[in-house]
Unconditional design. Structure first.
Length: 179
């Protein structure tokens, strides 16, 4: 065999191996993007963004989302959190939104924070608990002081809900207690 043939064979092998490595790495990256894009957390985030009135006022009805959902999802011992970034395509314009979610075993993913950047570069908050009457965090009780905790335990569920609603309305969230 001549030196020229050996060089051609070695170069061909290197090119084929390089191509196989690129396919392998591309497959892994594709699987990760596919897994994040089709996760329960991403579906909850898309549903939240599709139904958010503040976002609709700015970009119009949500028509679609970008092909890639980026971010991370962490699960550990039945609990987890996710930070996802999505391109939201509306009737009038498109924006990049960031959504944070939390998970506890036995419950669905819950949106804990959501925002997007407008044309001026300002971050617009989509989930402000003080402006929303829909602020409900299951399995957590927000109370003003220990005395109120004792009252909550002694009342019926309907009385407890009305007391908690009153505390939320008065914006007296200072102490978090696990339910």
């Amino acid at each position: 065999m001549t030196t020229k043939k050996i060089v051609v064979i070695v170069a061909s092998i290197v090119i084929v191996l390089g191509f196989i490595v690129v396919l392998f790495v591309g497959g892994i990256i594709g699987a990760v993007f596919y897994g994040i894009s089709n996760s329960d957390a991403a579906l909850v985030a898309k549903d939240f963004l599709s139904n958010n009135e503040r976002l609709k006022q700015d970009i119009g009805e949500v028509k679609d989302f970008g092909k890639f959902v980026t971010g991370n999802i962490n699960l550990n011992n039945g609990a987890g959190n996710a930070e996802l970034n999505l391109k939201v395509i509306g009737e009038r314009k498109q924006v990049n939104a960031a959504v944070e979610l939390a998970y506890r075993s036995g419950h669905q993913w819950r949106v804990t924070a959501a925002s997007y950047k407008n044309e001026a570069g300002e971050t617009i908050d989509l989930l402000n608990p003080y402006e929303s009457r829909k602020f409900v965090v299951p399995n957590w009780v927000f109370v003003m002081q220990t005395l109120v905790c004792e009252r909550v335990e002694r009342h019926s569920p309907s009385q407890t809900n009305s007391l908690l609603y009153k505390l939320r309305r008065e914006r007296k969230f200072v102490l978090k207690l696990a339910a």
